[in-house]
Write a protein that binds this ligand. Structure first.
Ligand SMILES: Cc1nc(C(=O)O)sc1CCOP(=O)(O)O
Length: 211
């Protein structure tokens, strides 16, 4: 069932230490809906230790999302898994994880429909605005985001180059939430940053639903 509530996802950036990711996620979890561990260089053991640390710090396992590593997501029964173009398909995972939320990363309109057909619970579309995290790659823009949102009824989470000032544009385009990497993980005060995004998201949703 499509989520009508705004969602705020935070994604680790692949360059920070386990301790830094653990500290930032432990600090910000009350203000975010999903905390993505997207660490292509970490071992399974590293990821497991960080998940255990997060749970010990009081982070609900439902808020922990793992990128690509279905084995780890399953071992820890975390809240969600984020799948890329080269990951297992959603329906292959659904069979043993009825309660795990399955997201699919997409980069074009047609992929949103495929994500739904494949059984994804939501799709993450990006990158919307230019960002250093995707240096020199063409950004999709608001119009393409709008087309993606109109093409499917699964929730669309917009990412890439997000700032609090830009949140209202993506909500008006039809996004059900936002995902942020550098704007929170590289901020001098991650908790302050995430609160600013949450505030912008709630404001944008309430003004969008009354217009
Ligand atoms: C991790 C990631 N994936 C993207 C995609 O388009 O699939 S864009 C992106 C980076 C997110 O950008 P920022 O650091 O500006 O929040």
């Amino acid at each position: 069932m499509p989520s009508l509530l705004p969602e705020l996802h935070i994604i680790s950036n692949g360059t920070q230490s386990m301790e830094t990711v653990l500290n930032i996620f432990s600090e910000i979890h009350p203000f975010a809906h999903a905390l993505h561990i997207r660490e292509k260089k970490w071992s399974a053991l590293d990821m497991g230790l960080v998940i255990e640390g997060l749970i010990q710090s009081g982070v609900p396992s439902a808020k922990i999302y793992i990128n690509d590593r279905v084995d780890i997501a399953r071992a820890y029964q975390v809240g969600g898994i984020q799948l890329g173009e080269r990951s297992l398909r959603p329906q292959q995972i659904k069979a043993w994880s009825a309660n795990m939320r399955i997201g699919r990363s997409i980069h074009e309109v047609r992929a949103a429909q495929d994500a739904k057909i494949q059984g994804a619970d939501y799709a993450m579309f990006g990158h919307i605005f230019p960002t250093e995290s995707k240096h020199n790659l063409h950004s999709r823009g608001i119009l393409e985001l709008q087309s993606v949102c109109r093409s499917t009824d699964i929730p669309i989470i917009a990412l890439g180059g997000m700032t609090p000032d830009r949140v209202h544009m993506v909500v008006e385009a039809g996004a059900n939430g936002i995902a942020i990497m550098s704007g929170v993980m590289s901020a001098s005060d991650p908790q302050r940053a995430v609160k600013a995004f949450l505030h912008a998201l709630q404001e944008a949703f309430s003004s969008n639903s009354v217009t």
